[in-house]
Design a protein around this ligand. Structure first.
Ligand code: HEM
Length: 202
């Protein structure tokens, strides 16, 4: 399949969760049956948070998949996947600011400072922002070799995201555990397969 079609398929798949969430939101405000449970804000937190981590892990899986199976085409989707991770975490943050705390900035600031789990999440989103901003061709050219170094921040972001995930789920740690194991595998691969550190974006 030609690359533009493949990209359209990936965009379609990546947008499906957001479209589904919007549809459920519409059903909720229209007083119809929906899947957002009795606590829609909590549900949206979990939904957008989980999709953010999935996209972060998917982005991190591209280098190992290229090196192990030679699927070099995957590099064409890495920027897109990273930007979807950023988009879903923006929805996650907006849910926190708008629906959860309704722009109550003093309380929002207090939560970010006083609740370590939120501090970890906030740090992750702050670090993710420059990666999203510098993902364009222009920035890649302007930053040269520094681009690769800057984008290694994604390893730290992955770790912060999984810690945040563990601290947020309270009781059932199955899902963060799975995320943690996958992340450990993806980061462990990079330690084991040293030349990967030297790989440039092609
Ligand atoms: C890269 C950054 C982030 C990632 C990957 C992320 C991911 C997650 C995940 C996976 C969950 C648990 C979902 C579940 O219950 O299954 C979660 C929960 C939560 N996150 Fe984040 N998050 C991030 C940043 C933030 C930020 C910046 C905030 C707020 C300032 C935030 C606020 C919350 C809250 C309040 C919950 C708990 C929802 C609840 O159960 O009541 N997160 N997040």
């Amino acid at each position: 399949m030609p690359l533009p079609y493949l990209k359209a398929v990936v965009h379609f798949l990546a947008l499906l969760p957001a479209a589904w969430l919007m549809w459920q939101g519409w059903l909720l405000i229209d007083f119809q049956d929906n899947q957002l449970t009795a606590n829609p804000i909590k549900y949206i937190h979990a939904f957008t948070g989980d999709w953010t981590i999935r996209f972060i892990l998917l982005g991190l899986a591209i280098t190992p998949l290229r090196r192990i199976f030679g699927w070099n085409i995957l590099i064409k989707f890495r920027r897109m996947i990273g930007l979807y991770a950023f988009s879903y975490v923006v929805l996650h943050l907006l849910n926190f600011i708008v629906l959860d705390y309704y722009f109550d900035w003093p309380t929002i600031l207090k939560e970010i400072i006083k609740r370590p789990a939120i501090t970890f999440g906030m740090t992750a989103i702050i670090l993710l922002t420059p990666l999203a901003v510098t993902s364009t061709r222009g920035w890649i050219r302007r930053l040269g070799g520094k681009w690769g170094k800057l984008h290694k921040l994604i390893y730290l972001i992955g770790i912060l995201a999984v810690i945040h995930n563990f601290m947020m789920v309270k009781a059932d740690i199955f899902q963060p555990l799975i995320h943690g194991i996958i992340l450990a595998g993806l980061l462990g691969y990079r330690l084991y397969d040293k030349p990967v550190w030297k790989m440039r974006r092609t």
